[in-house]
Design a protein around this ligand. Structure first.
Ligand SMILES: NC(=O)c1ccc[n+]([C@@H]2O[C@H](COP(=O)([O-])OP(=O)(O)OC[C@H]3O[C@@H](n4cnc5c(N)ncnc54)[C@H](OP(=O)(O)O)[C@@H]3O)[C@@H](O)[C@H]2O)c1
Length: 347
């Protein structure tokens, strides 16, 4: 079967197409899945470049954690999915329900385990979720990283309510989903972007307002102006340390900053030195919460799929590439001009 491996991606910017042996039948508790679609995330580029939290990754690792496919066979003891079911799963697969535990990072598809840029995979069956009929493979393969992280940030941990204001930073994959989930649940959404054109595209997709963080670097003032001096209930920081001060400044009393992006400095800034955080006292003065977000559990993913199907919300897909065009898809993703997800149709 065909697969892509990371190999010398850090030097060449290209993945290598390889032949892998056919897989054996699944063992007890496992399932054999035909992969139909996968997708690209900022995280994948970091992993492939060897930059994800300084962790090394094997050159033979198959990348990409987003996934949708159908079950070919199941091993002994597997009863909740059967051959023919259309399925998807989280990439930190051991987080089924309840609270996160850092030990769950040890088993991460595309990082410590092979990912889904491959025709077939043997996976643990426990995290598999049956897809609602209304969600296509390509749509489902937008969700495991960006969609679920945004769902956790805005809904599960953020606790968004209709009528509240949500600020989401940038127009990347996570941010577009933050906008979609917040709008789906009746909130007002303000986005930030480096580009007026992208702000216009986000408004066409449902955002209420946009602020250009290049021309307005102290953009919290603009959030205050747009909310009549009140501020936002939820501010999703999809960038990292460089944006913490502005995120805190944008909050209403009792507001929450959801910390999603892990960059010390914004990717668009040349200066490699993180800015000192000067607005942390606002955590006390305004009774704010600064909460880390790590993707989401299987149970959260079930909630997301159920709500998405009920509200008939479709993910924003920028482009779909065929399996043979993977390196073109990566170059397009790295170019940064997209709005929404870049998907690869495997078969
Ligand atoms: N915590 C988690 O579990 C988790 C899960 C998924 C992703 N992440 C992280 O979240 C971040 C976003 O992921 P993604 O997949 O959405 O990335 P992406 O699709 O590559 O989007 C990156 C976007 O960041 C925006 N950006 C860059 N500098 C900015 C700044 N100074 N202020 C505001 N926005 C800025 C840009 O928006 P404009 O082009 O509009 O300027 C860019 O489009 C990455 O760091 C990723 O590793 C974390």
């Amino acid at each position: 079967m065909k697969a892509y491996e990371i190999q010398d991606f850090a030097q060449t910017g290209k993945l290598r197409l390889v032949d892998r042996p056919l897989l054996p039948p699944p063992g007890p508790g496992q399932a054999l899945v035909r992969i139909r679609a996968t997708g690209l995330n900022a995280r994948d580029l970091s992993i492939m470049r060897g930059l994800q939290f300084g962790q090394t990754v094997a050159p033979t690792r198959i990348p990409l954690s987003d996934n949708a496919g159908d079950v070919i066979a199941v091993g002994d003891g597997v009863t909740h999915v059967k051959p023919g079911d259309r399925v998807t799963m989280t990439h930190y697969w051991r987080w089924l329900d309840g609270n996160w535990d850092v030990s769950m990072r040890a088993e991460d598809f595309a990082q410590t385990l092979d990912g889904f840029l491959v025709e077939q995979a043997i996976v643990p069956a426990a995290p598999l979720i049956r897809l609602p009929d209304s969600i296509s493979y390509e749509e489902a393969a937008t969700l495991q990283s960006a969609g679920l992280t945004a769902w956790n940030a805005v809904v599960e941990s953020g606790g968004v309510k209709a009528g509240q204001t949500v600020v989401t930073t940038g127009t990347g994959g996570v941010s577009v989903f933050c906008m979609q989930w917040a709008k789906m649940l009746g909130a007002r959404v303000i986005v930030t972007s480096s580009s007026d054109d992208k702000i216009a595209r986000m408004k066409a997709l449902g955002a209420d307002d946009g602020i250009n963080y290049r021309t307005t670097p102290l953009w919290a003032k603009a959030v205050m102006d747009l909310t009549g001096g009140r501020g936002a209930e939820i501010v999703v920081n999809n960038v990292g340390m460089s944006e913490v001060d502005q995120c805190l400044e944008s909050c209403v009393s009792g507001g929450r900053v959801m910390y999603v992006g892990a960059n010390a400095v914004a990717p668009d800034r040349k200066d490699p030195v993180p800015k000192p955080l000067t607005r942390l006292p606002l955590l006390i003065i305004r009774d704010l919460t600064l909460k880390g977000v790590i993707v989401g559990s299987r149970a959260m993913f079930v909630n997301l799929l159920t709500q998405m199907a009920a509200h008939k919300v479709k993910p924003v897909i920028d482009r779909i590439y065929d399996f043979g065009q993977v390196n073109d898809a990566i170059a397009y993703m790295a170019g940064g001009d997209k709005i929404g997800k870049v998907i690869i149709r495997v078969q």
